[in-house]
Design a protein around this ligand. Structure first.
Ligand code: KG4
Ligand code: ZN
Length: 338
């Protein structure tokens, strides 16, 4: 079964053809980072317009690379939630129109479940497994029970991890998107130059939550308070110390989930999973079976959408062409547990 998967929830327009939910036949991603760089962040209206301009060429190109005509596709899938509404609508409506035109079933896909599923495209991993999903919009730890069941155990109580990278990057004048720039600059710095405070999430039920606003404030407004005498105050040292603190936080929460839920298998996803320090830290967990997909499958991509859609379609059949997009999904956001 050949599935065409379309992803457009934020600032990447991506399409892929995946065979039997496993083999990526072709993947084409158009990133809008250059368009948004001048605004130092994603501008929703600009993003939807850019998706509209490139969606057809991206899909045509992926079919060309896969050596297929439109009618060779068996099922069409697109991201339905969560994300920027205008962006989601472009890929979702395109997918529905494509499905209607070639008279094929349509499947609506959840973006976070798709990130958790991307692990399976890298290397099959038996369910259940502990997951860490870290992107520009979400930060969560939990347990992937099966392809369509993600038990969210902890989230960020304020900023997402990738958002913190992007904000600190803007502060350092490195530009947007911040993650990759901080990542490469950090390699030249010494993290011992600053010792940033850890967030105080002491309540037992916050053992899995993270907070990035304190770290961001420490870097942007209170830098000198956390400086280690004898080390230079320069961008590389700030990047190295910030990255270390930011990554430490999620690694620790993921470790808590593995211990408390007895998980030996671990999957990681989302744009921040491209981070070299995160990959190195988790790569050293040799006692666990950790799968971090290759970078193009960590970032937003159509392959994870097509791959997950294969299982959704086999289990639940097609979705109605009347279905719509949803910008937020309550389960993936922080709930105040009082
Ligand atoms: O999953 P993604 O492509 O889009 C969202 O769904 O948000 O994630 C994008 C985020 C951005 O915040 C970007 O700065 C971050 O992932 N990112 C990184 C790295 N590469 C991308 N963060 C840290 N280190 C990286 N190497
Ligand atoms: Zn994403």
């Amino acid at each position: 079964m050949l599935i065409l998967g379309i992803e457009s929830s934020c600032d990447e327009t991506s399409a892929a053809v995946v065979e039997e939910g496993r083999v990526v036949r072709a993947l084409v991603t158009n990133t809008q980072t250059a368009v948004h760089a001048q605004f130092e962040g994603v501008v929703p209206e600009v993003a939807s317009r850019a998706h509209t301009e490139v969606i057809l060429p991206v899909v045509e190109e992926v079919l060309r690379q896969a050596g297929l005509r439109a009618r060779d596709v068996d099922v069409v899938a697109a991201t339905a939630r969560p994300g920027l509404s205008g962006s989601l609508m472009v890929g979702f409506n395109f997918g529905k129109a494509f499905a209607a035109a070639v008279e094929r079933p349509f499947v609506a896909v959840d973006h976070m479940l798709a990130h958790a599923f991307a692990v399976q495209l890298e290397r099959p991993l038996v369910y259940p497994y502990a997951v860490l999903l870290v992107s520009g919009g979400h930060t969560l730890v939990g347990v992937s029970r099966t392809f369509d069941e993600l038990e969210v155990v902890g989230t960020t109580i304020d900023d997402a991890c990738g958002e913190a990278f992007d904000k600190v990057s803007t502060f350092l004048g490195l530009g947007y998107p911040g993650g990759p720039r901080i990542d490469s600059l950090a390699a030249e710095g010494d993290r011992r130059a600053f010792v940033f405070p850890k967030p105080r999430l002491h309540r037992a039920d916050q053992r899995y939550d993270v907070s990035y606003s304190g770290l961001k404030t420490a870097v942007v407004h209170q830098l000198s308070q956390f400086h280690t005498p004898g080390y230079a105050i320069n961008a590389a040292n700030i990047a190295a110390a910030f990255q270390h603190a930011a990554i430490e936080m999620v690694v620790e929460r993921l470790s808590n989930v593995c211990i408390d839920y007895g998980m030996q298998r671990v999957g990681v996803g989302g744009g921040v999973a491209a981070n070299s320090e995160l990959r190195a830290r988790l790569g050293a967990w040799t006692e666990r079976n950790v799968v971090i997909p290759r970078i193009e499958l960590c970032m937003d991509n159509g392959a994870m959408v097509a791959g997950l859609a294969y299982h959704l379609y086999r289990a639940h059949g097609a979705d109605s062409l009347d279905s719509g997009v949803q910008s937020r999904v309550a389960a993936f956001r922080h709930r105040h547990r009082d």
